[in-house]
Design a protein around this ligand. Structure first.
Ligand code: SAM
Length: 224
């Protein structure tokens, strides 16, 4: 098995199971034209986020790492009528591109993009009236993953769903000698999930058009 096969299977499922939606393809094309890196979730992963949002019916969603808003739009389209998303993005250019995409998706009344370093924005959210969040998608710079998880647990409602993307990284997650700070971040994130009594979680390995990776999925169960 190789990446070509994984991509072909991904495209097969995409054709068969994802209603053809040329707008979402346009978002990806626009993101590339705007010079954004090709690190959006895949279409099948976007659909998974969409279905998880549909299943859990969150009123308040927090996303850490917007890029061009591709995952934001997938989630936004699954939100209940009174649901909304706040998404945090470091790059002003990424945030601006995402805002345009979200406006074209007619989701601007449900989605707010906050521009700046997530670790500076997260401590301000509660005072600004955001949260508690019922669904949190962590998909930004991996070295900060343990900090993001601590904030996610703080800002989560009891029963919230927390997803962490890119936790397998070609299998390197098991390499405790790795010099890659992203691997360290992910390993500390996994350790925190292991130690915290406030979240019950699992991790799933995935292959597909984006290669070999995976995500964690957890449900918050606050003890106090
Ligand atoms: N969730 C997006 C999607 O699937 O369409 C992809 C997000 S991309 C993997 C990660 C994003 O996190 C990038 O746009 C990057 O600029 C942003 N980012 C990196 N460091 C950040 C930080 N410290 N605070 C907020 N965002 C950050």
């Amino acid at each position: 098995m190789n990446r070509r096969t994984w991509s072909e299977v991904d495209h097969y499922f995409q054709e068969k199971l994802l209603t053809s939606d040329s707008f979402l393809d346009t978002v990806l094309t626009r993101n590339r034209q705007a010079g954004l890196p090709e690190i959006d979730v895949s279409a099948t992963q976007g659909k998974l986020l969409h279905l998880l949002v549909k299943m859990s019916k969150p009123k308040r969603v927090l996303e850490i790492g917007t890029l061009g808003g591709y995952s934001t739009i997938w989630m936004g389209r699954g939100l209940p009528e009174d649901g909304n998303i706040v998404s945090l993005e470091l790059s002003e250019h990424h945030a601006q591109t995402a805002r345009q995409n979200i406006q074209e998706a007619e989701l601007e009344h449900k989605v707010e993009i906050l521009n700046g370093p997530a670790l500076e924005i997260l401590p301000t959210l509660e005072d600004k009236g955001y949260g508690p969040f019922d669904f949190i998608f962590i998909d930004a710079d991996k070295p900060n993953n343990p900090h993001y998880l601590k904030w996610a647990l703080k800002l989560a409602a009891d029963g919230a769903v927390i997803i962490g993307d890119n936790v397998v990284r070609n299998g390197e997650v098991t390499d405790h000698r790795s010099n890659d700070e992203r691997i360290h971040g992910v390993r500390q994130f996994i350790d925190l999930l292991n130690e915290s009594e406030d979240i019950d979680s699992t991790a799933i390995q995935t292959v597909g058009s984006k290669g070999y990776d995976g995500f964690t999925l957890g449900v918050v169960q606050k003890k106090n």
